[in-house]
Design a protein around this ligand. Structure first.
Ligand code: SF4
Length: 382
């Protein structure tokens, strides 16, 4: 089971920059020779004092990404099942004590309609999202929704790409993983939020299940044991110190590679955003745009084969910069409320953008990007 090498990470970050030839180091990094944890720490320290070096790091990340993915962007769409949640994360509008938030869990029929809606828009990677909802924790309940998503996706998947059903939920137990896997789940993504245990405990009150730091840390081991090998990991930037969390995420990914031969499918770079009804009004450790760009590039250099997973918490101009510096997967349309595509609402988990699919894709195509896991909506037959 994974444990955070806290002392090692702090030592790496505390070492002064030794003046190494960063350009030479970057030249040694390639899809078959990823950056080591020590190299990433070295790059962080070097970039602290030199914007020029940071530009070099980002440029190299873009080259490495193109070696693996060309200029293709994998598109996904988040689909919320429920915003009922027993947890109390201080940064989230869906925390249980927020009684002003309207709560909704889609019925299976409502969920099927929502899935059909996003499929009709052309999307083929469905990221199912839910709060920790007691009725969904009943045996087989969550699997019902996974099965519906899989059924609807299979109906439209006669192209080259079959599409994917990804789940982002709470830390499932063995039985939970088995049932969603049997229902047709392709992958399980979950953010550690922060690998700094003290910060994690401060942000997740200990009378809620999410406060179990160790259980969250071990969730990928349990998923993999049950045959789910498509894993998405990362932190919510802004909670812990970003450099620490980048190194810990990379170390965790290396552990999965060495222990199970599983390279992360995706590494997310979500960043703290204000949420009405949350306790925290500001990020405890704010992350600037430049730091977010560097983190994206460093993940790319450490995991050339993984998707670096962007999201519409950020403006399109910044997303484009992130795509030009290592990012390879993103959403365009976005609703963060159950039923938000069939019945748009102002209720939300956090501040975000939702861009019009067609014009945004046209803008990205002008910049040379192509898309995967998307079918022309006119070709959809549901
Ligand atoms: S972040 Fe997730 S687990 Fe925490 S309160 Fe919000 S919905 Fe619940």
């Amino acid at each position: 089971m994974y444990k955070v090498p806290d002392r090692k990470i702090r030592e790496l970050l505390d070492r002064p920059f030794d003046g190494s030839d960063i350009r030479a180091i970057l030249g040694t990094i390639s899809p078959s020779a990823p950056a080591s944890l020590e190299t990433v720490a070295e790059l962080i320290r070097a970039c602290e004092s030199s914007p020029d070096l940071q530009r070099e790091v980002i440029r190299r990340a873009d080259e490495v990404k193109k070696d693996v993915f060309d200029n293709k962007i994998k598109l996904f769409v988040p689909v919320y099942i429920s915003n009922i949640c027993i947890n109390k994360c201080l940064y989230c509008a869906y925390r249980s004590p927020n009684i002003d938030m309207p709560r909704r869990m889609l019925t299976p029929d409502e969920f099927r309609a929502e899935i059909r809606e996003v499929l009709s828009m052309g999307y083929r990677v469905l990221e199912l999202v839910t709060g920790e909802t007691p009725s969904l924790k009943e045996p087989g309940a969550l699997a019902t929704y996974v099965r519906i998503a899989r059924e609807e996706l299979d109906k439209v998947s006669d192209g080259n790409e079959k599409g994917e059903v990804i789940l982002m939920s709470w830390t499932l137990d063995d039985e939970g993983f088995s049932s969603v896997k049997d229902a047709g789940l392709d992958g399980f993504y979950i953010w550690q939020e922060t690998y700094d245990e003290k910060v994690f405990r401060d942000l997740h009150p200990d009378d809620s299940p999410k406060s179990e730091f160790k259980k969250r840390l071990e969730v990928f081991d349990r998923a993999i044991w049950k045959g789910i090998r498509k894993i998405g990991m990362g932190v919510l930037f802004g909670l812990g110190r970003w450099e620490y969390d980048v190194l810990a995420t990379i170390d965790h990914g290396r552990y999965l590679e060495k222990t199970y031969g599983v390279c992360p499918d995706a590494i997310g770079v979500p960043r703290f955003k204000k949420a009405d009804g949350a306790i925290l009004a500001e990020a405890p450790n704010p992350v600037t745009d430049e730091q977010l760009k560097l983190a994206t590039a460093l993940y790319r250099l450490a995991f050339p084969q993984s998707h670096i997973f962007l999201n519409t918490r950020e403006k399109l101009t910044l997303l484009i910069e992130l795509l030009e510096g290592g990012g390879s997967e993103m959403n365009i349309a976005c609703a963060v409320y159950p039923g938000g595509y069939t019945e748009p609402t102002k209720d939300r988990q956090f501040d975000f953008y939702s861009f019009p699919t067609e014009t945004t894709m046209a803008k990205l195509q002008e910049k040379g990007f192509e898309f995967t896991y998307f079918e022309n909506p006119t070709a959809v037959k549901i």
